[in-house]
Design a binder for this molecule. Structure first.
Ligand code: SF4
Length: 368
C-alpha cells in the first residue's frame, strides 16, 4: 500500500478509507504523515484559522442506574445512600450559575433510573425551557432514550418526539463507547447495542435534533473494532444526509480513564492494555478525521488528555476544543485528573496553539 498517495487522495476527498486501510495506516503509517493529511482535510472542511469552543455545564440529573457498565464509577444502585435525583431547586441554581458565566448550553445526562417515567424528563425540559428560554438543552444519550422507551413500553422515536416537544434541542452522542457489539458485550452487556444506538441517532436526525457521535478507546479492543465503529457512524451519516439533509455535526473521541473499576477488574492481571497515551490518541484522532469525511467537526478532548495534548490534536484533524465543562461527574469519577476549565483558559490554549478562538453554540454557529 502506498501510504502517502492514499493519505493524499483521502485528504483531498478523492477516496474514502476502508476499515482495513485504516487499520494498516494506524499500525504502520508515520505519525507526522497522518497529522499532515488530517490537517489538510480539516483545512479543506473548516479552514485553518478558527478553533471553536462552547461554554456549558454538564448536569448529571441522577446517578441511579441499573445498567452496571463495568468501567463506570459514577452510578449507584437504587436505594444506595449516595444515590440521588436532582431537585428542581438545585437544577435551576446550576443553570443560573451557568448563565452568569456566559454559558449558552446545558447538557443533561444521567443513569438509567428504573422508576423515573417519561413525565419526569418531559417536565424537567419544559420547566427549564420556560425559565431559561435562551439556553440550549442538549440532553440524554441513545442508551438513556432506549431505557426510557423500555420503561414506557414505547419506541425511541416516540420518546424523542415527546422530549423535542418539551424543549429538547439536541441529543449528545453519549454511551457510544465502542460501537462494536463484541466489545459492548464485554464491557456493557446490558446497554443498548450498536445497531440500536445508531438507529436512535437516525431517529434524532429525522426529527432535526442536533447530534454528535463519540468514541471511547482503550478497553483492550483491537484497531479493527474501533474502525468498525467508525464505519457504522459513517454509514448512518450517509443515510441520514441522503434522507433528511442532516446528520451528526461532530465526533469526539477519548481514552478510557485508567483508574476506573474496569481497570481493576480487567487490568494488568490479564495483560490487557487500557486507555491510550499521546501517540495512540493522536494517531486515532487523525484517522478519525480522515475516516469520517462526512462529519463536519472533530473535537479534541482536554478533560481526558489534558490541554497540552488536546492542543496538539488541533494539528491532527480536530477543529473544536470542546467546552468548559463547568461540572462533569462521569469522567472525573473514573479518574480523570482534569477538571473544568475557564473560558479564558480555553481561549489561551487555543491562541497558544496558533489559532483564533471562537465561542460557538451547539449548531457550531458563532456566538459572542
Ligand atoms: S456508564 Fe451510564 S449506563 Fe453505564 S453504568 Fe454508568 S451511568 Fe449507567
Amino acid at each position: 500500500m502506498n501510504y502517502e498517495k492514499l493519505l493524499s487522495d483521502v485528504s483531498e476527498g478523492q477516496e474514502r478509507l476502508s476499515v482495513q486501510e485504516s487499520v494498516e495506516l494506524f499500525l504502520h503509517a508515520d505519525l507526522n504523515s497522518l497529522g499532515q493529511a488530517a490537517n489538510r482535510m480539516r483545512q479543506r472542511l473548516n479552514g485553518d484559522e478558527v478553533v471553536t469552543y462552547l461554554v456549558d455545564r454538564n448536569i448529571n440529573y441522577t446517578n441511579v442506574c441499573v445498567t452496571d457498565c463495568k468501567f463506570c464509577e459514577f452510578y449507584r444502585p437504587l436505594g444506595h445512600k449516595e444515590s440521588y435525583v436532582i431537585s428542581e431547586t438545585e437544577l435551576f441554581k446550576k443553570v443560573e450559575e451557568t448563565v452568569a458565566l456566559g454559558g449558552t448550553r446545558i447538557l443533561l445526562q444521567g443513569g438509567h433510573h428504573p422508576e423515573l417515567r417519561l413525565d419526569f424528563y418531559v417536565n424537567m425540559l419544559k420547566n427549564l425551557k420556560t425559565r431559561f428560554p435562551q439556553v440550549e438543552l442538549n440532553a440524554f444519550s441513545p442508551p438513556e432514550i432506549d431505557h426510557i422507551a423500555q420503561v414506557e413500553g414505547t419506541s425511541c422515536l416516540q420518546v424523542l418526539e415527546s422530549l423535542k416537544t418539551a424543549g429538547l434541542d439536541g441529543l449528545p452522542g453519549g454511551g457510544g463507547e465502542i460501537l462494536d457489539d463484541e466489545i459492548r458485550e464485554r464491557v456493557s452487556p446490558k446497554k443498548l447495542m450498536s445497531t440500536g444506538w445508531l438507529s436512535c441517532m437516525s431517529d434524532a436526525h429525522s426529527l432535526g435534533l442536533l447530534t454528535s457521535a463519540s468514541q471511547v478507546i482503550g478497553f483492550g479492543e483491537e484497531p479493527t473494532h474501533r474502525f468498525n465503529a467508525l464505519q457504522g457512524i459513517r454509514d448512518t451519516q450517509d443515510k441520514s444526509m441522503a434522507a433528511y439533509g442532516r446528520g451528526f455535526l461532530s465526533f469526539v473521541m477519548w481514552p478510557l480513564q485508567f483508574e476506573s473499576r474496569y481497570g481493576e477488574v480487567f487490568g494488568n492481571k490479564k495483560g490487557v492494555k487500557l486507555g491510550a497515551e499521546r501517540e495512540e490518541y493522536l494517531r486515532h484522532s487523525a484517522l478519525s478525521r480522515l475516516f469520517l469525511d462526512s462529519v463536519p467537526h472533530i473535537g479534541a478532548s482536554w478533560p481526558t488528555m489534558g490541554p497540552v495534548i488536546a492542543a496538539e490534536a488541533l494539528m491532527f484533524g480536530a477543529d473544536d476544543f470542546g467546552s468548559t465543562m463547568i461540572e462533569e461527574n462521569v469522567v472525573s469519577s473514573a479518574g480523570s485528573t482534569y477538571d473544568c476549565m475557564t473560558e479564558e483558559a480555553i481561549r489561551a490554549h487555543i491562541g497558544d496553539a496558533g489559532f483564533r478562538p471562537q465561542k460557538r453554540d451547539s449548531a457550531y454557529q458563532a456566538v459572542s
